[in-house]
Design a protein around this ligand. Structure first.
Ligand SMILES: Cc1cc2nc3c(=O)[nH]c(=O)nc-3n(C[C@H](O)[C@H](O)[C@H](O)COP(=O)(O)OP(=O)(O)OC[C@H]3O[C@@H](n4cnc5c(N)ncnc54)[C@H](O)[C@@H]3O)c2cc1C
Ligand code: SF4
Ligand code: SF4
Length: 896
C-alpha cells in the first residue's frame, strides 16, 4: 500500500499498481501551542495552510519546498522536503519535536506522550532493541560514522536518514527520525509536531549577474558565512529560457555565453536589521564583484519580479517542451566548494547527451542544483539516451564529488537503483535491515527507496499522448488541485487531464471500441459534467493551463444538433426566455405566499422524486424572488457630468433577492441609487432585456451562440458609450470578466468592484461603518480579474469586521450547476456555515453565486452594492478644493 498526500513528489514515490491510500479532508487538524513555537499538524494539511495558521504568531514551519502551496505535511515530512531558505538547518528532520505514527502491524505510538512511549517501549521491545543494534553498528564503526556525518553535512534524501542512527541514543528518537524521508516505506505518519521558525517579514533582494559561472560560485562561497537567507543560482540556459518574457529585464538578451545570475535574499527582524545585513553582504561582495552594480531592494514589487525570474525557470521548460515528452527535474547536491566544477560538468554532460535545451538552477548556498529537461520515452533510443545521462550524472555527482543524487526530492523509484552506488554496500545493507525490521512483509510502498531491480528507473513510463493543445503542456504536478471546488467530490483538474490523456491513449492504441466507449462515458459523467469551468486552476498552474477551457471544448463537442438548435432559439429570443424565468419565479412567489413558505419545498421534493434528482433544485431558500425589469435611462450627459453606461446581467435581471431576505432588493434599484448618491450620470443601453454576454451558453460549450450574443452586446455597448469613451459598468463579475476578455480593445469595462471602489467610494460619505460582522465572498472571476483587493477594500470601507473564509474558493454554483448539480455547490461550501457564523449577512458580486452562498452559509448573501448603499450618503456639501498654500498653512498650524 502506498500513501499519498498531495501527490506532487517527483521521483515516482506516490504511485502504485496496488492500493493507493489518499489523504482527504479527515486529516487536516492542527494544534498550535507555546505562542506558535510548537505546532502539531495532521498529514493532510497543505504546507501553505499550516503557515497561514501560524502567521498570527509570526512563525512558520521550517521546510519550505517551492511546492508548499500544494504539498502536504505528510509528504513534506516523508520526503524531508526542503527549499530556498531552510537548508539543512530547518528541514523536517531538524525541526521535528514529536510524531504520532502507525507501524505496518498497526501499532500506534505518539512519541510526544510519555504514556504512549512507555507502552510502546514495552510492546515493541524486540523491534526497538534490534533498531538500537543497527544504530550501534553505524555509531561504533568510525569510518561509517564519519561517512554518515559527511553525507548529511549537505542536503541528502538518497536512501534512509541514516544520521538518525548516530544522532540519537534513544530508540524511539531514532525511529521517529528514521521516519523523516522514509517515503511511506516504514510506516504512516498520522501527526507531526514541529518546532516552528520565525517568519521574517522584512526582506531585501538583489539580482547579481556574473560574467562566468566560476565567478558566481566564488561569490556563493563568500556569501556562505554572511547573513543571507537564500542564494539562488541561475545558469545561462536558464536565463535564456525566460529572456523576453513579460516582466523580465531587457538586458538578459545581452548577457555573455557563460553569464550566471545569483538571486540573493536577506531577511531580518526589522528595517534596520535588514539594512545592517545588506551593508555586510555588499561589503563581502566587494571581494567577488559581480559584472553589474550590487543593488539590494526592499521594494515588494522588485522582490516579486526577481523571484518571478527564478520561479519562471522550471515552467519555462515545461511550457515549450515538445508534445508527448515529460519534463524531468533532477536534484543533486555537492559540497559547496565543488559547486562551480560540478555545475560545469553537468552542463557538459547535458550537451554531450543531446539535452541542449536543459537548464540548471538551484539553491546555491546548499550546493543543491536542479537541472530540468524535456524527455520522451516513446522509443528505445530515447530511453537509452536518458539512461546514459543518468549514469553519467551519477558518475559526476558520486564519483567525482561524493555528493547526493537526491538532495531534497526523495529517492523514490527514480533513484533507487543508485542508492548502493552512492552509499556503498555496508550502509545500504543497514537500510535493508531497517526496512525488513519495520516492514517484514514488504507491505509499505514496495520498490521505493530500496529496489533490487537496477533498471527500475527505466520502466513503467507513463505515456504522454498528444491530446489537446489546451492541456498538452500539463506536467501533472498537481499544483492546481487545492483550488478546485470538486476536489474530494469527483475529480481534480489534474485528474480531468489524466482522464483526457487516457481517452486519447485508448483511441490511439486502438483499444476495443466498447472499452473506449465505457471509459468515455464515465469520463464525461465524472470529470466533465462536474467541472464548474471556473478557471481557478489556471491561477496556480506553472504552465498556465485552464482546465475549464478543456471542459467547455468537450461539452461543445458532445452537444447534439438539437441542443444547439434550442440554444440558438433561446439566444435569438432572449427577452422571452428571461421573461419566462421571471414568470416562473413570480408563480413560485404566489405559491409560497398561499402556502406560508412551505409550498416550494414540497414542490421541490416532489420534483426531485419524480425525476430521480434530475430536475433543477426548487426550494424556499434556493429559489429567489423575480427581479423587476430595469428602467431605461438615456440622460444626455451635460457639462461636467460623469456618464457611465450601466449594463445589468441577465442573472440580475431575472433573479431578485432571496425569499427570506427581508432587507434585500433588486440590485438595479440599489445601483441606480448609488449612481445618484455619487453624482454619476447613468445611461442604460437600448434592448437591455434581450442582451446577454453569452456566459450561460459558453459554459455549456455552445461557443457559436455564446460568441454571437457577446458580439451583439458589445456592439450595443460601444454605441451607448459614445464609441467606448464612457466606462461601462457590468454588475456581475463572471459577465464583466467575459466582456473584458472579448472587448478590451473597444470598451472600458468596469466590474462592480472597480465601479464601487473607483467611482462611488470617492464621491460619497460614510458617516458610520456597519458594526455588524459581515461575510465577503470573492468570486472566481473577481480573483481572475485581480480585483479581490478592490472588492475587499470596498467591504472594509463599509464594515468594521469583514470575514473572508480562507477555505472557500470557487463556490461551485457555476451559473446553473447550482440548480442541476447541487452536490457541487454543497461540497464546495461545506465549510462555509461555521466560518460565517455570527455574521449578519454576506456580500459578493454575482447573483447566482449568492443564491448558493445563502443556502449553505445560512445567512442572506447580496451584492456588495447593497452593503455600500446601506452605509453611504451623498456628500452634504461639495467643499471647494483646498489650495496647496492652504494645506501648507494648515499643516504648520497643526504642528504636524
Ligand atoms: C513544480 C514542483 C516543485 C517542487 N519543488 C520542491 C522543492 O523546492 N523542494 C522539495 O523538497 N520538493 C519539491 N517538489 C517535490 C514535492 O513537492 C515535495 O517532495 C513534497 O514534499 C511532496 O509532498 P506531497 O504532499 O505531494 O507528497 P506525496 O507526493 O503525496 O508523497 C510523497 C511521499 O511521502 C509519502 N507519504 C505521504 N504522506 C505520508 C504519511 N502521512 N505517512 C507516511 N508517508 C507518507 C508517500 O507515500 C510518498 O512516498 C516539487 C514538486 C514540483 C511538482
Ligand atoms: S494543469 Fe497545471 S497545475 Fe495542474 S497538474 Fe497540469 S501542469 Fe500542474
Ligand atoms: S475550471 Fe474550476 S472546476 Fe474545472 S477543473 Fe478548473 S478549478 Fe476545477
Amino acid at each position: 500500500m502506498t500513501f499519498r498526500a498531495a501527490g506532487t513528489s517527483l521521483s515516482g514515490q506516490a504511485i502504485t499498481d496496488s492500493v493507493l491510500i489518499v489523504l482527504g479532508d479527515g486529516w487536516t487538524g492542527s494544534v498550535i501551542s507555546d505562542d506558535g513555537r510548537i505546532a502539531a499538524f495532521q498529514p493532510g494539511i497543505i504546507g501553505a495552510e499550516a503557515n497561514r495558521r501560524l502567521a498570527p504568531y509570526g512563525r512558520k514551519i521550517g521546510p519550505d519546498p517551492a511546492s508548499i502551496g500544494a504539498a502536504m505535511i505528510g509528504g513534506i515530512a516523508a520526503i524531508n522536503a526542503a527549499g530556498m531558505c531552510c537548508g539543512t538547518a530547518n528541514n523536517s528532520y531538524q525541526t521535528l519535536a514529536s510524531m504520532r505514527l502507525v507501524l505496518a502491524d498497526g501499532t500506534v505510538v505518539d512519541t510526544g506522550d510519555p504514556a504512549s512511549r512507555g507502552a510502546f517501549l514495552h510492546s515493541q521491545a524486540p523491534m526497538l532493541q534490534a533498531l538500537v543494534d543497527i544504530a550501534n553498528e553505524a555509531r561504533f564503526d568510525a569510518e561509517l560514522n564519519a561517512r554518515i556525518r559527511r553525507k548529511f553535512a549537505i542536503k541528502n534524501t538518497t536512501g534512509y536518514a541514516l544520521n538518525a542512527l548516530i544522532d540519537f541514543d534513544d530508540s524511539i528518537d531514532i525511529l521517529q527520525h528514521l521516519m523523516i524521508g522514509s517515503e511511506g516505506t516504514l510506516g504512516f505518519i498520522s501527526e507531526i509536531t514541529y518546532r516552528t521558525v520565525p517568519n521574517h517579514k522584512h526582506r531585501a533582494c538583489a539580482l547579481l549577474f556574473f560574467d562566468t559561472l566560476v565567478g558566481a560560485c566564488r561569490a556563493v562561497m563568500r556569501l556562505k558565512t554572511e547573513p543571507v537567507a537564500a542564494v539562488e543560482l541561475m545558469d545561462r540556459a536558464g536565463l535564456a529560457s525566460v529572456t523576453g518574457k513579460p516582466g523580465m529585464p531587457g538586458f538578459l538578451s545581452t548577457l555573455g555565453p557563460d553569464a550566471t545570475a545569483l538571486l540573493v535574499e536577506i531577511q531580518g527582524t526589522g528595517d534596520s536589521d535588514v539594512a545592517e545585513k545588506v551593508e555586510a553582504v555588499t561589503r563581502a561582495l566587494l571581494e567577488t564583484p559581480p559584472a553589474r552594480p550590487v543593488e539590494f531592494s526592499a521594494d515588494p514589487y522588485l522582490i516579486e519580479k526577481y523571484w518571478k525570474i527564478r520561479k519562471g525557470l522550471f515552467p519555462a521548460v515545461g511550457a515549450v517542451r515538445p508534445v508527448g515528452t515529460t519534463v524531468i527535474i533532477e536534484d543533486v547536491a555537492v559540497p559547496i566548494e565543488h559547486l562551480a566544477s560540478a555545475t560545469a560538468d553537468l552542463q557538459a554532460a547535458l550537451v554531450k547527451h543531446g539535452y541542449r535545451e536543459a537548464i540548471i538552477f538551484g539553491h546555491a548556498l546548499d550546493g543543491n542544483l536542479h537541472f530540468v529537461f524535456a524527455q520522451g520515452f516513446a522509443d528505445d533510443e530515447a530511453i537509452r539516451r536518458y539512461a546514459n545521462l543518468m549514469d553519467e550524472v551519477a558518475q559526476i555527482i558520486v564519483g567525482r564529488y561524493d555528493g547526493s543524487l537526491k538532495a531534497e526530492h526523495g529517492t523514490g523509484r527514480n533513484m533507487a537503483p543508485f542508492v548502493e552506488m552512492e552509499w556503498g554496500h555496508q550502509a545500504t545493507q543497514l537500510m535493508w535491515r531497517i526496512k525488513r525490521l519495520l516492514d517484514p512483509k514488504g507491505l509499505l510502498n514496495p520498490g521505493v527507496i530500496l529496489n533490487d531491480d537496477p533498471h527500475v528507473h527505466l520502466k513503467n513510463f507513463k505515456p504522454m499522448v498528444a491530446t489537446d493543445p489546451l492541456i498538452d503542456r500539463c506536467i501533472e504536478c498537481g499544483f492546481c488541485e487545492p483550488m478546485c471546488p470538486t476536489r474530494g467530490l469527483t475529480v481534480t483538474p489534474r485528474q480531468r487531464i489524466a482522464g483526457a490523456r487516457e481517452l486519447a491513449r485508448l483511441t490511439e492504441t486502438k483499444a476495443p471500441p466498447q472499452k473506449i466507449a465505457d471509459f468515455r462515458q464515465s469520463f464525461l459523467d465524472v470529470s466533465i459534467d462536474s467541472c464548474a469551468a471556473c478557471g481557478l486552476c489556471e491561477g496556480s498552474c506553472p504552465v498556465g493551463i485552464n482546465t475549464g477551457l478543456l471542459t467547455k471544448s468537450i461539452r461543445g463537442q458532445v452537444q447534439s444538433p438539437f441542443g444547439k438548435a434550442v440554444a440558438s432559439l433561446a439566444g435569438h429570443h432572449y427577452h422571452a426566455a428571461t421573461n419566462t424565468v421571471r414568470l416562473g419565479l413570480s408563480a413560485a412567489s404566489a405559491l409560497d405566499f398561499v402556502t406560508a413558505g412551505y409550498g416550494l419545498d414540497a414542490v421541490g421534493i416532489g420534483l426531485a422524486k419524480m425525476t430521480a434528482g434530475r430536475a433543477p433544485v426548487v426550494s424556499h431558500r434556493a429559489t429567489p424572488r423575480a427581479a423587476h425589469t430595469i428602467e431605461r435611462f438615456e440622460t444626455p450627459p451635460g457639462e461636467g457630468s460623469r456618464p457611465i453606461v450601466f449594463f445589468s446581467s441577465c442573472a440580475t435581471r431575472m433573479f431578485g433577492p432571496a425569499r427570506d431576505d427581508a432587507e434585500g432588493e433588486d440590485l438595479s434599484v440599489t445601483l441606480l441609487r448609488l449612481f445618484d448618491k455619487a453624482g454619476l450620470t447613468v445611461i442604460t443601453p437600448p434592448r437591455h432585456g434581450s442582451l446577454c454576454c453569452g456566459q450561460p451558453f459558453d459554459s455549456q460549450g455552445l461557443s457559436v451562440e455564446a460568441d454571437r450574443k457577446a458580439d451583439e452586446v458589445i456592439d450595443v455597448l460601444v454605441a451607448a458609450s459614445n464609441n467606448g469613451r464612457w466606462p461601462v459598468l457590468i454588475d456581475t463579475s463572471p459577465c464583466s470578466l467575459r466582456l473584458k476578455e472579448r472587448a478590451a480593445k473597444h470598451l472600458a469595462i468596469l466590474d462592480i468592484a472597480e465601479f464601487l471602489h473607483d467611482y462611488v467610494l470617492p464621491n460619497v460619505a460614510i458617516p458610520v461603518r456597519s458594526a455588524q460582522p459581515v461575510a465577503l465572498h470573492l468570486t472566481c472571476s473577481t480573483r481572475r480579474m485581480g480585483l479581490d483587493a478592490k472588492l475587499t477594500a470596498v467591504a472594509r470601507a463599509c464594515a468594521d469586521n469583514v470575514v473572508i473564509p480562507p477555505d472557500i474558493g470557487c463556490c461551485g454554483f457555476a451559473g446553473d450547476k447550482g440548480f442541476t448539480r447541487p452536490d457541487m455547490n454543497a461540497h464546495a461550501l461545506r465549510t462555509l456555515a461555521p466560518a460565517v457564523a455570527g455574521c449578519t449577512a454576506g456580500y459578493s458580486s454575482s447573483r447566482t453565486c449568492e443564491i448558493g452562498l445563502s443556502v449553505h452559509g445560512a445567512i442572506p448573501y447580496r451584492s456588495i452594492a447593497h452593503l455600500l448603499d446601506a452605509v453611504c450618503v451623498a456628500p452634504v456639501t461639495q467643499l471647494p478644493p483646498v489650495s496647496a498654500d492652504q494645506q501648507r498653512r494648515y499643516v504648520q498650524h497643526e504642528g504636524t
